[in-house]
Design a protein around this ligand. Structure first.
Ligand SMILES: [Zn+2]
Length: 275
């Protein structure tokens, strides 16, 4: 298994071309992946393979994820500067309508969502557009579609816009500061419970580190001790390598659009290297 896991941020809208807009990049990448013979598979397949719970043929496969869980993931919205934006979810539906279900039968996107509604409201005001576009009403419909899974991107992202210090003495703006059981309970366990309550019978089983901040306490101590008990099977960072059966279970690498690649050619180079 050498599966590139590609990550998008639907809130990355600074223009309407590939380099400035993750919706444009996502739509182009779906077409390019399909045209070049890549198969899009659900992220949890990679985890099952890593844990020895499945033995699928994952050659020339990729998985798609997006972080932070804004309404741009699910709803088409009118950006005040850059106009109507087709949601990532609707771009999946567009792809299906164009090519038919058989073209990518396992088409899937994993959304890593932030749990705490008050933190989402604060982030919407501080960093988004202030239109209350970090809601959760679409989570269940997205999950029920079979095209999307809603997974754990922490309680509040330990975001710098929140009151500092936070609960358990959290220094805001740095997920590396999650270095005690109390801080991890606040950020990860609490988010598991909240997401599970909103999405039952689906229970999140995947975690991704805010800001890509991975520390030894979480990856080598707290998650190995507590992950399975709270329903987690694996965690994801931004290591820019294909996922393999040797990947660190609690820090499986991903590639980030706009950082590890900024153009179709750069993505093609990542895929070539993995193939
Ligand atoms: Zn994030």
């Amino acid at each position: 298994m050498r599966v590139p896991i590609l990550t998008y941020h639907a809130v990355n809208i600074a223009g309407n071309d590939y380099a400035s807009n993750d919706h444009v990049a996502f739509a182009a990448d779906l077409e390019m992946l399909h045209a070049t013979g890549w198969r899009i598979v659900p992220l949890h397949w990679i985890v099952e393979q890593r844990l020895g719970k499945a033995d699928r043929d994952l050659r020339r496969c990729v998985a798609l994820t997006c972080d932070d869980g804004s309404d741009f993931d699910y709803h088409d919205l009118d950006h005040p500067q850059h106009g109507r934006q087709r949601s990532l979810y609707n771009l999946l539906l567009d792809f299906r309508a164009r090519h038919g279900r058989a073209a990518q039968p396992d088409l899937h996107l994993t959304v890593f969502a932030i749990a705490d509604p008050s933190a989402r409201t604060a982030m919407d005001r501080a960093c988004l557009i202030g239109h209350d576009w970090m809601q959760e009403h679409w989570w269940r419909a997205a999950q029920s579609s079979g095209l999307v899974a809603i997974e754990n991107h922490s309680w509040d992202h330990n975001h710098p816009c929140l009151a500092n210090p936070g609960p358990a003495g959290l220094v805001r703006g740095d997920f590396h500061d999650v270095t005690t059981d109390a801080k991890a309970d606040h950020e990860i366990r609490q988010a598991q419970d909240y997401l599970a309550a909103r999405l039952a019978p689906h229970r999140p089983s995947l975690f991704c580190y805010p800001f890509g901040h991975v520390n030894a306490f979480l990856a080598d101590d707290w998650l190995p001790r507590n992950g399975e008990a709270i329903g987690l099977a694996a965690a994801f960072g931004d290591g820019a390598q294909p996922a393999t059966t040797q990947s660190h279970r609690w820090n499986i690498p991903r590639y980030i659009c706009g950082w590890h690649w900024k153009s179709p050619a750069e993505l093609a180079a990542i895929l070539d290297q993995a193939a």
